[in-house]
Design a protein around this ligand. Structure first.
Ligand code: NAD
Ligand code: GLY
Length: 370
């Protein structure tokens, strides 16, 4: 295969790197061969489920190299210091050194954990992201954020550690359960809202094909959504400004997830309700019309994503408690809440001007429609 023929977008950051789209896992070995003359030892890090599905396909490309596969159970709780320490011990046992290259094969959990490991092992070794969930393909594998969680907070220990390449094989999405697809769709729709009106319209017009997982339509959606993320991190890799736009819906979503103790709400559902709350707030600020808010709600509902809290839990949520949860948001500055608001569809702004009353009113509108 000629790598020049693969669809590719470049992250043009401090150290540029390519994001290959529709790149077969079997070909990654040959690509790395062509890029790194000194490549001797490869460490594939994955979770048990992804290993069973895809590790063999990936390993095929490394027939004459020393390859070790390290796996962890699936799930967010694996993004821990304990697991990082175990991975390090296992890597040393495999003879890993500063010339080892790590491939993170899996969803966002593996991308973050293996990425953080690569950033710290021997002060940093080469990293390739090979994302296998929709969320990881359109979002977490691009942009270089890697982290583990501590009891004190999610992603509290982390780094900016850009990979040498992102290798996205669309076919891995065929095995992804719909619940996981929803998590990625919420982020993809968020990307459309922030920066690509055409992508939003694509979601509207291609909803049936997307639900039926038509491969060509999926390919286009993942490519366009990835391109939004590439465009933003290329302008602001270290989140000094524009990258904050990617948090659209997340201040609300995160407050809801925390208030519900991460039970009965997925990240995608939190983001979805958060997008609607942000849209209501934007309407109150004169940045959106009622029709635009309804359009966003309709699209989210089309894909089974909730637009009000009553859709996911029968336990009544208190808007004031939800507002209180936003008090500790990392983005707040000097007691002021910094929120990302959509400005029409396809554009978003950073707002420091929202009052607690306006935010409370937005919460009230997503607690329940009646
Ligand atoms: P995940 O990595 O936990 O994967 C979800 C589930 O899908 C797991 O059970 C996994 O085994 C399974 N899976 C993965 N690929 C599969 C496939 N192709 N077929 C079948 N099953 C498959 O979850 P996620 O949603 O991909 O990632 C969430 C994580 O990403 C969170 O920890 C979040 O903090 C992080 N994140 C990071 C960034 C970033 O910029 N670094 C951005 C967004 C989210
Ligand atoms: N997912 C938000 C970011 O990468 O900045």
């Amino acid at each position: 295969m000629s790598f020049a023929e693969l669809q590719k977008i470049e992250v043009t950051a401090d150290r540029p790197y390519p994001v290959f789209l529709g790149a077969p896992l079997e070909e990654l070995g040959a690509y790395l061969h062509s890029q790194f003359e000194d490549l001797e030892h490869i460490l594939i890090i994955s979770d048990h489920a992804v290993r069973d599905l895809y590790a063999e396909r990936l390993k095929k490309g490394f027939f004459d190299k020393r390859v070790n596969l390290l796996t962890v159970p699936a799930g967010e709780k694996e993004k821990s210091l304990e697991r990082l320490s175990q991975l390090t011990t296992a890597a040393l046992r495999c003879g890993a050194d500063r010339h080892t290259l790590v491939i993170a094969l899996g969803g966002g959990v593996i991308g973050d954990l293996a990425g953080f490991f690569a950033s710290a092992f021997m002060r940093g070794i080469r990293l390739i992201q090979a994302p296998t969930t929709l969320l990881a393909q359109v979002d977490s594998s691009i942009g270089g954020k890697v982290a583990v969680n501590l009891p004190a907070g999610k992603n509290i220990l982390g780094a900016f550690y850009p990979p040498r390449a992102v290798w996205t094989d669309f076919t891995t999405l065929d095995s992804l359960p719909w619940g996981e697809v929803e998590n990625g769709l919420a982020e993809s729709i968020k990307h459309a809202l922030i920066a690509d009106m055409g992508l939003f319209e694509f979601f509207e017009t291609q909803q049936e094909s997307l639900k039926q997982r038509d491969p060509l339509i999926w390919r286009e959606m993942v490519s366009r959504s990835s391109a939004v993320k590439v465009g933003i991190v290329s302008q602001d890799e270290r989140e000094q400004g524009k990258r904050a736009l990617l948090n659209l819906g997340h201040s609300f979503g995160h407050a809801l997830e925390t208030e519900m103790n991460y039970r009965g709400v997925t990240h995608g559902q939190g983001v979805s309700i958060g997008l609607v709350a942000a849209a209501y707030l934007a309407k109150a600020k004169g940045l959106m019309t009622v029709a635009e808010v309804e359009r966003i709600k309709l699209l989210l509902n089309t894909f089974g994503l909730p637009t009000e809290i009553g859709e996911i839990t029968s336990i009544e949520q208190d808007p004031k408690a939800l507002l209180q949860r936003m008090q500790t948001d990392k983005k707040n500055l000097g007691g002021r809440k910094i929120l990302i608001l959509p400005h029409g569809i396809g554009r978003a702004v950073i707002s420091k001007e929202c009052t607690d009353q306006e935010i409370l009113d937005a919460w009230k509108q997503v607690v329940s429609a009646d």
